[in-house]
Write a protein that binds this ligand. Sequence first.
Ligand code: ADE
Length: 224
Amino acid sequence: MRIDILTLFPQSLSYLNESILKRAQQKGIIKINIIDIRDFSLDKHKKCDDYPFGGGAGMLMSVQPIYDAIKSVQQDNSKIILPSPSGKIFNMEMAKNLAKEEHLIFVCGHYEGIDQRVNDIFNPIEISIGDYILTGGELASMVIIDTLSRQIDGVITKESLDEESLNDNCLEYPQYTRPQEFMGYEVPQILLSGNHAEIAKWRRAMAKAKTQQARPELFNDDVK
Ligand code: ADE
């Protein structure tokens, strides 16, 4: 998959070059390309924002630099994503669907927002990561990209994907590593038993109990 991220703050996206996403890029599974919208401004001072017509608080990102930045990377198979509090709230189902795409273009808004004509011209998919307001779309883009990337074949192991939280609306069971005892806190005996069938049963029961207790709204009769 190829991902282009259009931003006024390229350095703020450095998290995408760490850990699992760094390895996914090294393996050639994902190609992430960060584009500085400012490079596309036709203004002699590289200005990319302006006052809103009709008055109002703050500045808006101008349409021209974003238009040209999108056009520089857009192909027939591109999906344009605009992280925004007006979008549909992001979830795993959306992440799994986005993971099947060949090319995503993220447009990171900043300041008070983006000139409406970016929406009118490109009809992007607006996605919100929750009912709160961030200072810009960069953090939201990283949340979405991080989440969808782990759904792409080869980014993490199939076992990790199968076992992770929110599969079948269920949270993950508690996990332990060495030491066996820490300050009087012991690893549950069952995990040391070597009885894989019993361990699987225990994990499922713990996962169900945790979901019921911590996220009852996720829990439904499908969780077996
Ligand atoms: N930009 C500002 N707030 C946001 C949010 N909650 N989700 C996505 N993008 C945003």
